[in-house]
Design a protein around this ligand. Structure first.
Ligand SMILES: Nc1ncnc2c1ncn2[C@@H]1O[C@H](COP(=O)(O)OP(=O)(O)OP(=O)(O)O)[C@@H](O)[C@H]1O
Length: 264
């Protein structure tokens, strides 16, 4: 479903501050594969997601989604097939529009709807049904403005919006990091449920090593712009957080420097 070949991305090329953020990244994901991504500070995790979604142009390499070469497609074109949720709960929703209107905009993705999508009656029924999945009571508040919701409620809604039209790829960039632990777990469980039900090809960055092994089907660890560990199957099931840190230090020759990862 997703194929990344020899991806290279540097910032500040030719300057004294040149930084190679991604060096020869190769990664292939099958349909329904749910990959968690971990790594130290500045390992290249967000840059990888930004290159896939088209926020950054890449220097070298090729990105193919569902057998279509999207390497040179602009971000807006890729967004028709790629759903994305960021760390900041304020980023994915329009605060002065209602829950229903926000969902209608997401639902209209890829359709030709003119200036304003509007909310059809049947759509409202579907939105309520989807909102019930969240188990946050939002199905009874669809006429309320999103600005009234808590961070966790907004993030759960953003996740629903990113997947209400099935994307070919779902990118989650630490989407639970800003939430308190209870709601973070709820949103993670919901993520797992939606990804499994829709068989979504998913990449999820997390700083929580335990969650990186518990959620998803495969875990990759990045270091200095490269994928230095790719765990799946039995090897992943047998992995513990302590052994993960040990393996990281052994393979990289460095200490893991991501405090958030170590403290979580
Ligand atoms: N827009 C940018 N301009 C210049 N350098 C950048 C830019 N974005 C990222 N970098 C650099 O590229 C490298 C990789 O950064 P990236 O944000 O991808 O790392 P990360 O693994 O997501 O780290 P963290 O967990 O700390 O967010 C870092 O050295 C970073 O400083």
């Amino acid at each position: 479903m997703l194929k990344i070949e020899a991806l290279r991305k540097a910032f500040g090329q030719g300057s004294n501050n040149e930084k190679l953020a991604l060096a020869e990244v190769n990664l292939s994901l099958q349909e329904g594969e749910f990959v968690t991504i971990i790594g130290g500070n500045g390992a290249g995790k967000s840059t990888l997601l930004n290159c896939i979604s088209g926020v950054y142009e890449i220097d070298e390499g090729r990105i193919t989604l569902d057998s279509v070469d999207i390497t040179f497609d602009p971000e807006y074109k890729r967004s028709r097939h790629i759903g994305r949720v960021f760390q900041d709960p304020l980023r994915g929703t329009a605060y002065d529009m209602t829950i229903e209107e926000n969902l209608a905009i997401a639902f209209a993705k890829g359709k030709s709807v003119g200036l304003r999508p509007g909310v059809a009656k049947n759509d409202t029924a579907l939105f309520k049904e989807r909102l019930e999945l969240l188990d946050l009571g939002l199905e009874n508040r669809i006429k309320q403005k999103v600005g009234l919701l808590s961070g966790g409620q907004r993030q759960a809604l953003t996740l629903l919006m990113a997947t209400i039209v099935k994307p070919k790829l779902l990118l989650l960039d630490e989407h639970t990091a800003a939430l308190d632990p209870t709601i973070a777990r709820k949103v993670l469980n919901l993520t797992r449920k939606i990804v499994a039900e829709e068989k979504l090809c998913t990449l999820m960055i997390t700083h929580n090593m335990k969650a990186s092994l518990e959620f998803g089907t495969r875990t990759i660890m990045m270091h200095e712009g490269k994928i230095m560990m790719d765990l799946q199957g039995q090897e992943r099931s047998n992995m513990t957080v302590d052994r993960l840190i040990e393996q990281f230090e052994k393979r990289s020759g460095a200490e893991l420097d991501n405090d958030r990862m170590l403290l979580s």
